[in-house]
Design a protein around this ligand. Structure first.
Ligand code: SAM
Length: 236
């Protein structure tokens, strides 16, 4: 096995709410949407399922989860079972969604798009959303361009193929034919921490994962004015 990655760290630490602002920001954003018990929602890249559980409990919505990482899937499954929530959980990639066209009223994707082939995943999101359906995402965004060396440092650590400015996200979404595109910057920066963060540790994790946690902290601090995130909302 190769050296552990940032996602191995997230999965084995069982980080719930592994996105900037955590579940508190998620709840805040969702209050601006018209979610009901009839809403069919996809949590794309659900991690340990904290947001999906909230959607099911708070709105009694019809929630489906898709996640690629088997450890995350296991922890999400445990959570839904414990809470007795009727959430459908599938393993797969957001780059190739196992759903029919026009299936969902909402897709929520919190800090997942940034890590994949973005045009491919956005095209898939567009395909499986119903007409008028909404995409809500919380994604890594840089405030200004950095030197190649600095961008490479960030891209290598998070294993991302590109770092996007707000305008780049806008263009990608518009190219995918999304409408009503909004990108909101938040008051809270990445280095503010997440006080509602949850952990569900695996019993066997490598000590190197602490090194990854440390490196993540260093990057967030080093690029505190540049490495940021946006809340993205748009409509099909
Ligand atoms: C930063 S975590 C966010 C997890 C969750 N959305 C949350 O906010 O807690 C990113 C998640 O995306 C998952 N992921 C990465 N690539 C994926 C893909 N191609 N398809 C589905 N999930 C993916 C990872 O396994 C990880 O659980």
């Amino acid at each position: 096995m190769g050296s552990p990655t940032y996602f191995d760290f997230l999965a084995k630490f069982g980080i719930g709410g592994a996105h900037p602002g955590g579940i508190l920001l998620t709840k805040d954003i969702l209050t601006g949407e018209k979610i009901t018990s009839k809403s069919k929602i996809l949590d794309a890249g659900c991690g340990t399922g904290q947001t999906a559980a909230y959607l099911s409990q708070q709105y009694n919505a019809n929630v489906t989860c898709l996640e690629i990482n088997p450890i995350m899937i296991e922890k999400a499954r445990e959570r839904f079972k414990k809470l007795k929530l009727p959430i459908q959980l599938l393993q797969g990639s957001i780059e190739k969604l196992p759903f029919e066209n026009n299936t969902f009223d909402y897709i929520l994707s919190e800090s997942v798009l940034a890590f994949v082939n973005k045009p491919k995943a956005l095209k898939e999101f567009y395909r499986v959303l119903k007409k008028g359906g909404r995409l809500i995402a919380n994604e890594m965004t840089i405030n200004t361009r950095l030197s190649l060396k600095e961008e490479t440092e960030i891209m290598k650590f998070y294993a991302v193929d590109s770092l996007l400015l707000e305008g780049d996200w806008n263009r990608l979404l518009a190219d995918t034919e999304f409408q009503n595109i909004e990108l909101q910057i938040q008051k809270q920066s990445l280095d503010h921490g997440n006080h509602a963060q949850e952990f569900n540790f695996s019993s066997n994790f490598e000590p190197e994962l602490f090194h990854i946690l440390n490196e993540h902290g260093n990057i967030v601090l080093k690029y505190q004015n540049i490495l940021s995130y946006r809340i993205i909302t748009c409509t099909k």
